[in-house]
Design a protein around this ligand. Structure first.
Ligand SMILES: *Cc1c(COP(=O)(O)O)cnc(C)c1O
Length: 436
């Protein structure tokens, strides 16, 4: 049965004001509730797996700030590390010990990269990785996959996932045609398309970029064999393979998707989790590739606040927890149990919905298909069902991202009680979706 609507009075008031200040009332389009019911909720605070909004409503959070909060909100070790740094200064524009510490923690636990460069966002990390690939190979073209999101830099905003697709667009205005021409977009999970692109643009392709596991336009889990094929064909053509692990890095495991597939990409990008909730991004590769970055090499990349000490402190505190033995195994097991409970309910009810999952990521797809591995397989009409589920979940104290193209995340802060509550709410919400 449809639940009673929560009060959004204060949030609605704040949103009215915000609309005067910001385009669409938000500072990132995915925060707008354009494809779900009601106004966006203004969040006041978070603790562990819980959120509170301006109207005092409490939610169990499955958005987790879109991925970074793998340890939940207000984690004591991260909070203390940030507080300790605050008294020493916010930024120096000069090297600090903290940068070394975070780099050491990452590099000594990750066999896929030898050198790293810290930046301030995932977008910056990927933009820099692309420039590095072009500088290294002395080629211009890049290949990306339909539905993969790699941040909002010009070359990569072509057929780029949820934020655009939610608003009925697949590419951004304002990207010069000359830039877009250098970006070739092909479908995921299509070996023939990949072979063809290397026939059509032989010796011109600097890099192929793919999300570790595409998770910005639904969760499009690729076959391992396909990813290995991608590795082989890029290598054969002197093209670099970039793994964009802004979501999967430190999520599928400390070594991310590279380890998950057991593949050596040429460049890997990180973001989200790496800063423990603070703005950090990074890209890494072999020492041989990384020495092309300035001041060692000719590929320029810089940042006033790069390696920011407060952000580094947060990242170190977070990654120290993640590097502990058994962390990921436990989180994955918890996620499996959560997903299995919902799966057995929908099977019993014969509802047309699938829950795809990898690591601690999950995605609800309103479909009869057993697998969804490319953006084209997602039926836009199915988003109407998500819209109803989203409303019913909010009204039952469960916070999911405001788009059916978005995945959900389980954090280590989600307790058994949180997850049991969520399972009950999800079952009820699905009953409303399918039975009214
Ligand atoms: C979020 C995301 C980005 C962009 O990161 P920002 O920090 O939002 O700039 C890039 N690539 C992937 C795979 C992402 O999920």
């Amino acid at each position: 049965m449809k639940a009673q609507d929560i009060s959004r009075e204060k949030s609605a008031e704040l949103f009215e004001k915000a609309k005067k200040y910001f385009p669409g009332g938000v500072n990132s389009p995915v925060r707008a509730f354009k494809s779900v019911y009601g106004t966006p909720l203004f969040i006041e605070k978070g603790d562990k797996a819980h959120l509170w909004d301006a109207d005092g409503n409490e939610f169990i959070d499955f958005c987790c700030s879109w991925g970074p909060l793998i340890l939940g909100h207000n984690h004591p070790a991260i909070r203390e590390a940030v507080q300790a740094q605050l008294g020493k200064g916010l930024s120096f524009g000069a090297p600090t010990l903290l940068e070394n510490e975070l780099a050491e923690l990452i590099l000594s636990n990750n066999k896929y990269i030898e050198k790293i460069r810290f930046v301030s966002s995932g977008t910056e990390a990927v933009m820099s990785a692309i420039r590095l690939a072009r500088g290294y190979t002395k080629r211009d073209k890049i290949v990306k996959f339909e539905g993969c999101y790699h941040g909002h830099s010009d070359s990569l905003l072509v057929k780029a996932g949820s934020g655009l697709v939610t608003f009925g667009e697949t590419s951004s205005a304002g990207v010069p045609k000359a830039f877009a021409d250098e970006t070739i977009v092909i479908s995921l999970n299509d070996k023939k398309a990949l072979e063809q692109v290397f026939v059509d643009f032989k010796d011109q392709i600097a890099a192929v970029i793919i999300e570790g596991v595409p998770a910005n336009n639904g969760l499009l889990i690729q076959d391992k064999e396909y990813i290995h094929f991608l590795r082989e064909i890029t290598k054969a053509h002197g093209t670099l393979l970039i793994f964009d692990e802004v979501i999967t890095g430190f999520r599928l495991g400390f070594e991310g998707a590279a380890k998950y597939y057991d593949i050596q990409p040429d460049i890997i990008t990180y973001g989200k989790i790496i800063g423990g909730g603070m703005p950090v991004g990074a890209y890494g590769a072999s020492a041989e590739i990384m020495c092309n970055i300035s001041p060692d090499g000719a590929v320029y990349q810089a940042g006033t606040l790069s390696g920011n000490p407060v952000a580094m402190a947060a990242g170190i505190a977070a990654l120290q927890v993640l590097a502990q033995p058994g962390f990921y195994e436990k989180l994955e097991k918890t996620t499996q149990q959560f997903v299995e409970e919902i799966r057995s309910f929908v099977t019993e009810k014969n509802y047309e919905v699938k829950i795809f999952t990898v690591g601690s990521i999950f995605w609800f797809a309103f479909t009869a298909q057993e697998k969804i591995q490319s953006a084209e397989q997602i039926d836009p009409a199915s988003m109407e069902k998500y819209k109803v589920m989203h409303r019913e979940l909010l009204n039952r104290g469960i916070y999911f991202g405001p788009s059916g193209y978005e995945v959900g995340f389980i954090s280590a802060a989600h307790t058994e009680e949180d997850l049991n509550k969520a399972v009950t709410a999800i079952k009820e919400a699905l009953m409303v979706v399918f039975e009214g």
